[in-house]
Design a protein around this ligand. Structure first.
Ligand SMILES: [Zn+2]
Length: 254
């Protein structure tokens, strides 16, 4: 299993990251992609990668932090990616969130600018979405971006899912499908098939069912895989192997 989306650089893991990674390893999680959120976090991500194995990195400015990002954050991003090109495998997480105050028009400007960085560096992107499926696929198409990526924490129906898949994207599947209310998303995931999904936790956020209110951690990927194995009428080993292959194809050996 590979956790294709987690935030191990956040303060929630400052005190016990070694234990968290050990528990994940014991649970069978063999890789971690830490998605970037702020310029301040990128250096911390590099430090974690330098001190642990199987850590992959994405740099980006998350829509929640655009307000606090400095004006030169974009040129910083360009420079960070160029300097550490061999240590970074994606741009993200970037995207659109209709539940925050920042106007979508402003978020779109930042999204398109970061997609440009991904284009220049020939890297896939990690997309954040919240009530913005009406804009995201159209913007990606409009940008002419062709390096694909993953729609992090996908939720939606199969029709929406296929719009992203047609643009070369995988669906990031995590805690959502472990809840009874995640049934629609689980159905969509089954309909588009195992070759179009990646596993993720979004740790420390998005706890799986049964652990509401607690810090999430990569070891809980087991719960997501269990639900998927049942839904796809297959074994956890098959879910793990196929999603590992697609993770590698997208981020490691494109
Ligand atoms: Zn995230």
């Amino acid at each position: 299993m590979i956790d294709s989306h987690c935030h191990l650089d956040l303060p929630a893991f400052d005190d016990d990251l070694d234990d968290v990674l050990q528990r994940a390893k014991e649970a069978g999680v063999s890789g971690f992609l830490i998605a970037g959120t702020t310029p301040a976090g990128w250096q911390k991500q590099l430090d974690i990668q330098a001190n642990h194995t199987n850590i992959h990195l994405a740099f980006g400015i998350h829509p929640w932090f655009i307000r606090s990002a400095l004006d030169d954050a974009l040129s910083d991003l360009q420079q960070m990616v160029a300097t550490h090109r061999d240590r970074v495998c994606a741009i993200g997480e970037i995207g659109l969130d209709a539940t925050i105050e920042l106007p979508l028009a402003e978020q779109e400007t930042w999204l398109l600018a970061q997609i440009e960085v991904a284009k220049q560096s020939k890297l896939p992107v990690i997309l954040h979405h919240l009530k913005t499926h009406h804009r995201l696929p159209a913007l990606i198409k409009q940008s002419g971006f062709t390096y694909g990526g993953v729609v992090h924490a996908f939720s939606g129906n199969a029709q929406v899912a296929k719009q992203y898949i047609d643009l070369g994207f995988k669906l990031g599947v995590g805690g959502t499908v472990t809840y009874p209310r995640g049934q629609k998303t689980l159905n969509a995931v089954v309909e588009v098939g195992l070759d179009n999904i990646l596993l993720e936790t979004d740790s420390p956020d998005m706890p799986v069912y049964g652990y509401q209110g607690q810090r999430n951690e990569p070891a809980r990927l087991v719960n997501v895989v269990g639900i998927l194995a049942e839904a796809f009428c297959t074994s956890p080993e098959i879910i793990s192997a196929r999603t590992n292959t697609h993770f590698r194809q997208l981020f490691i050996q494109p």
